[in-house]
Design a protein around this ligand. Structure first.
Ligand code: 6PG
Length: 233
Protein backbone atom coordinates (compact mmCIF):
# COMPACT_ATOMS: atom_id res chain seq x y z
CA UNK A 1 0.00 0.00 0.00
CA UNK A 2 1.25 3.50 -0.64
CA UNK A 3 1.10 6.79 1.17
CA UNK A 4 0.60 10.02 -0.79
CA UNK A 5 2.55 13.17 0.12
CA UNK A 6 1.27 16.26 -1.67
CA UNK A 7 3.41 19.41 -1.97
CA UNK A 8 2.51 22.97 -2.90
CA UNK A 9 5.21 23.11 -5.58
CA UNK A 10 7.92 21.05 -7.23
CA UNK A 11 10.70 22.83 -5.40
CA UNK A 12 9.35 21.77 -1.99
CA UNK A 13 8.73 18.24 -3.25
CA UNK A 14 12.21 17.85 -4.71
CA UNK A 15 13.80 19.13 -1.49
CA UNK A 16 11.81 16.68 0.66
CA UNK A 17 12.42 13.78 -1.70
CA UNK A 18 16.14 14.51 -1.96
CA UNK A 19 16.36 14.63 1.86
CA UNK A 20 14.53 11.29 2.15
CA UNK A 21 16.85 9.66 -0.39
CA UNK A 22 19.99 11.03 1.30
CA UNK A 23 18.74 9.70 4.64
CA UNK A 24 18.33 6.21 3.17
CA UNK A 25 21.72 6.23 1.41
CA UNK A 26 23.44 7.46 4.56
CA UNK A 27 21.80 4.71 6.62
CA UNK A 28 22.76 2.12 4.00
CA UNK A 29 26.42 3.12 4.05
CA UNK A 30 26.41 3.17 7.87
CA UNK A 31 24.94 -0.34 7.87
CA UNK A 32 26.85 -2.02 5.03
CA UNK A 33 29.65 0.29 3.94
CA UNK A 34 27.86 0.88 0.63
CA UNK A 35 24.38 1.76 -0.58
CA UNK A 36 22.29 1.62 -3.74
CA UNK A 37 19.88 3.93 -5.49
CA UNK A 38 17.55 3.14 -8.41
CA UNK A 39 16.22 6.07 -10.43
CA UNK A 40 13.75 6.42 -13.31
CA UNK A 41 14.27 8.15 -16.62
CA UNK A 42 11.67 10.18 -18.47
CA UNK A 43 10.92 13.87 -18.22
CA UNK A 44 9.92 14.29 -14.57
CA UNK A 45 13.05 13.57 -12.47
CA UNK A 46 15.61 16.01 -14.00
CA UNK A 47 14.91 18.82 -11.50
CA UNK A 48 15.11 16.39 -8.58
CA UNK A 49 18.46 15.11 -9.89
CA UNK A 50 19.82 18.67 -9.97
CA UNK A 51 18.99 18.99 -6.26
CA UNK A 52 20.17 15.51 -5.33
CA UNK A 53 23.55 16.03 -7.02
CA UNK A 54 24.38 18.87 -4.62
CA UNK A 55 23.57 16.94 -1.44
CA UNK A 56 26.02 15.38 0.98
CA UNK A 57 24.97 11.78 0.42
CA UNK A 58 27.95 9.42 0.88
CA UNK A 59 28.27 9.34 -2.92
CA UNK A 60 31.59 7.54 -3.24
CA UNK A 61 29.98 4.48 -1.64
CA UNK A 62 26.71 4.78 -3.56
CA UNK A 63 25.81 2.65 -6.58
CA UNK A 64 23.24 4.11 -8.93
CA UNK A 65 21.24 2.35 -11.61
CA UNK A 66 18.08 2.88 -13.64
CA UNK A 67 14.63 1.39 -13.19
CA UNK A 68 14.57 0.92 -16.96
CA UNK A 69 16.27 1.98 -20.17
CA UNK A 70 15.21 2.64 -23.72
CA UNK A 71 17.19 0.58 -26.27
CA UNK A 72 18.82 3.62 -27.87
CA UNK A 73 22.39 4.87 -28.10
CA UNK A 74 23.47 6.42 -24.76
CA UNK A 75 24.15 9.65 -26.65
CA UNK A 76 20.53 9.84 -27.82
CA UNK A 77 18.18 12.50 -26.44
CA UNK A 78 15.87 9.60 -25.51
CA UNK A 79 18.49 7.76 -23.44
CA UNK A 80 17.83 7.55 -19.72
CA UNK A 81 21.54 6.96 -19.18
CA UNK A 82 22.21 10.32 -20.81
CA UNK A 83 19.76 11.96 -18.40
CA UNK A 84 21.50 10.38 -15.41
CA UNK A 85 24.98 11.30 -16.62
CA UNK A 86 24.05 14.92 -17.33
CA UNK A 87 21.64 15.70 -14.47
CA UNK A 88 22.55 13.37 -11.57
CA UNK A 89 26.18 12.25 -11.84
CA UNK A 90 27.62 15.75 -11.45
CA UNK A 91 28.63 18.05 -8.58
CA UNK A 92 28.97 15.93 -5.42
CA UNK A 93 27.15 12.96 -6.99
CA UNK A 94 29.89 12.64 -9.63
CA UNK A 95 31.63 10.35 -7.10
CA UNK A 96 28.84 7.74 -7.33
CA UNK A 97 29.27 4.50 -9.25
CA UNK A 98 26.82 4.10 -12.14
CA UNK A 99 25.56 0.76 -13.47
CA UNK A 100 24.07 1.35 -16.96
CA UNK A 101 21.40 -0.91 -18.45
CA UNK A 102 22.20 -0.26 -22.11
CA UNK A 103 24.77 -2.64 -23.61
CA UNK A 104 26.23 -2.70 -27.14
CA UNK A 105 24.00 -5.66 -28.12
CA UNK A 106 21.57 -4.96 -30.97
CA UNK A 107 18.53 -6.03 -28.96
CA UNK A 108 17.60 -5.88 -25.31
CA UNK A 109 16.80 -9.60 -25.06
CA UNK A 110 20.46 -10.40 -25.73
CA UNK A 111 21.42 -8.18 -22.79
CA UNK A 112 19.34 -9.79 -20.04
CA UNK A 113 22.21 -11.95 -18.74
CA UNK A 114 24.80 -9.14 -18.66
CA UNK A 115 22.52 -6.51 -17.17
CA UNK A 116 21.15 -9.02 -14.65
CA UNK A 117 24.70 -9.84 -13.53
CA UNK A 118 25.57 -6.14 -13.25
CA UNK A 119 22.51 -5.51 -11.06
CA UNK A 120 23.26 -8.63 -8.99
CA UNK A 121 26.65 -7.12 -8.14
CA UNK A 122 25.02 -4.02 -6.64
CA UNK A 123 24.28 -3.66 -2.92
CA UNK A 124 20.85 -5.22 -2.37
CA UNK A 125 18.20 -4.92 -1.11
CA UNK A 126 18.31 -1.50 -2.79
CA UNK A 127 18.36 1.24 -0.17
CA UNK A 128 16.17 3.57 -2.21
CA UNK A 129 14.14 2.91 -5.35
CA UNK A 130 12.60 5.89 -7.10
CA UNK A 131 10.05 5.15 -9.81
CA UNK A 132 8.07 7.15 -12.35
CA UNK A 133 4.45 6.68 -13.36
CA UNK A 134 2.98 6.68 -16.85
CA UNK A 135 -0.63 7.64 -17.46
CA UNK A 136 -1.14 4.22 -19.05
CA UNK A 137 -0.39 2.67 -15.62
CA UNK A 138 3.22 1.71 -16.28
CA UNK A 139 6.17 2.08 -13.98
CA UNK A 140 9.78 1.32 -14.90
CA UNK A 141 9.16 -0.37 -18.29
CA UNK A 142 6.40 -2.62 -16.96
CA UNK A 143 4.16 -1.47 -19.78
CA UNK A 144 0.59 -2.70 -20.40
CA UNK A 145 0.33 -5.03 -23.38
CA UNK A 146 4.10 -5.30 -23.86
CA UNK A 147 5.89 -8.45 -24.94
CA UNK A 148 7.91 -9.56 -21.94
CA UNK A 149 5.54 -8.03 -19.36
CA UNK A 150 4.34 -11.27 -17.78
CA UNK A 151 7.90 -12.56 -17.40
CA UNK A 152 8.97 -9.25 -15.85
CA UNK A 153 6.04 -9.42 -13.39
CA UNK A 154 6.62 -13.05 -12.42
CA UNK A 155 8.05 -12.92 -8.92
CA UNK A 156 8.96 -16.59 -9.00
CA UNK A 157 11.40 -15.81 -11.83
CA UNK A 158 14.76 -14.86 -10.31
CA UNK A 159 15.80 -12.66 -13.27
CA UNK A 160 16.62 -9.08 -12.29
CA UNK A 161 16.19 -7.54 -15.75
CA UNK A 162 13.96 -8.36 -18.70
CA UNK A 163 13.65 -7.12 -22.26
CA UNK A 164 10.38 -5.37 -23.04
CA UNK A 165 8.74 -4.68 -26.39
CA UNK A 166 5.82 -2.27 -25.94
CA UNK A 167 2.92 -2.44 -28.41
CA UNK A 168 3.97 -0.78 -31.70
CA UNK A 169 1.16 1.77 -31.53
CA UNK A 170 2.63 3.28 -28.36
CA UNK A 171 5.79 4.35 -30.20
CA UNK A 172 7.72 3.62 -27.00
CA UNK A 173 10.35 1.39 -28.61
CA UNK A 174 12.29 -1.56 -27.25
CA UNK A 175 13.47 -1.34 -23.64
CA UNK A 176 14.98 -3.19 -20.74
CA UNK A 177 13.49 -3.04 -17.25
CA UNK A 178 14.20 -4.12 -13.74
CA UNK A 179 11.80 -6.95 -13.00
CA UNK A 180 9.15 -6.73 -10.30
CA UNK A 181 11.27 -9.18 -8.30
CA UNK A 182 14.24 -6.77 -8.49
CA UNK A 183 12.18 -3.65 -7.77
CA UNK A 184 10.64 -5.16 -4.66
CA UNK A 185 14.05 -6.16 -3.30
CA UNK A 186 14.12 -2.71 -1.77
CA UNK A 187 14.06 -1.17 1.67
CA UNK A 188 12.08 1.85 0.49
CA UNK A 189 10.27 2.84 -2.69
CA UNK A 190 9.16 6.31 -3.76
CA UNK A 191 6.98 7.21 -6.72
CA UNK A 192 7.61 10.61 -8.31
CA UNK A 193 4.53 12.18 -9.89
CA UNK A 194 3.68 15.63 -11.14
CA UNK A 195 0.56 17.31 -12.46
CA UNK A 196 -3.18 16.82 -12.16
CA UNK A 197 -3.39 14.05 -14.75
CA UNK A 198 -0.85 11.84 -12.98
CA UNK A 199 -2.49 12.43 -9.63
CA UNK A 200 -5.70 11.20 -11.17
CA UNK A 201 -3.87 8.16 -12.61
CA UNK A 202 -2.26 7.49 -9.23
CA UNK A 203 -5.66 7.50 -7.54
CA UNK A 204 -7.08 5.11 -10.16
CA UNK A 205 -4.24 2.62 -9.92
CA UNK A 206 -4.17 2.74 -6.12
CA UNK A 207 -7.33 0.68 -6.12
CA UNK A 208 -8.27 -2.30 -8.27
CA UNK A 209 -6.47 -5.56 -8.85
CA UNK A 210 -5.84 -5.72 -12.59
CA UNK A 211 -2.05 -5.67 -12.67
CA UNK A 212 -1.75 -6.41 -16.40
CA UNK A 213 -3.91 -3.36 -17.17
CA UNK A 214 -1.83 -1.12 -14.86
CA UNK A 215 1.41 -2.87 -13.85
CA UNK A 216 2.29 -0.16 -11.30
CA UNK A 217 -0.36 -1.83 -9.13
CA UNK A 218 2.11 -4.65 -8.50
CA UNK A 219 4.27 -2.09 -6.69
CA UNK A 220 1.53 -0.03 -5.07
CA UNK A 221 -0.68 -2.85 -3.88
CA UNK A 222 1.88 -5.02 -2.11
CA UNK A 223 2.60 -5.04 1.61
CA UNK A 224 6.26 -6.05 1.83
CA UNK A 225 7.97 -2.74 1.02
CA UNK A 226 6.72 0.72 2.06
CA UNK A 227 5.90 3.00 -0.89
CA UNK A 228 5.54 6.78 -0.67
CA UNK A 229 4.15 8.77 -3.59
CA UNK A 230 5.54 12.31 -3.88
CA UNK A 231 3.29 14.67 -5.82
CA UNK A 232 3.53 18.30 -6.83
CA UNK A 233 1.55 20.30 -9.42
C1 6PG B 1 11.12 5.89 -19.09
C2 6PG B 1 10.85 5.61 -17.66
C3 6PG B 1 9.42 5.54 -17.29
C4 6PG B 1 9.01 6.89 -16.73
C5 6PG B 1 7.53 7.13 -16.88
C6 6PG B 1 7.17 8.57 -16.54
O1 6PG B 1 12.15 5.53 -19.61
O2 6PG B 1 10.25 6.50 -19.71
O3 6PG B 1 11.81 5.32 -16.79
O4 6PG B 1 9.04 4.53 -16.42
O5 6PG B 1 9.40 7.01 -15.40
O6 6PG B 1 7.18 6.89 -18.20
O7 6PG B 1 7.78 9.38 -17.51
P1 6PG B 1 7.67 10.94 -17.50
O8 6PG B 1 8.43 11.41 -16.32
O9 6PG B 1 8.34 11.35 -18.79
O10 6PG B 1 6.23 11.27 -17.47
Amino acid sequence: MSELREFADARAMNRALADAIVERLTAGVARNGRASLVVPGGTTPGDLFDVLATTDAPWKDVWVTLSDERWVDPASERSNERLIRTRLLKDKAAAARFVPLKTPQAHANAAEADTGAAIAAMPRPFDAVLLGLGNDGHTASLIPGADGLSRALDRSDAALTRAIRPPDNTGMGERITLTLHAILEARWIALLIRGAEKLDTYRKVSTGDDVLAAPVRAVLRQHAVPVTAYWAP
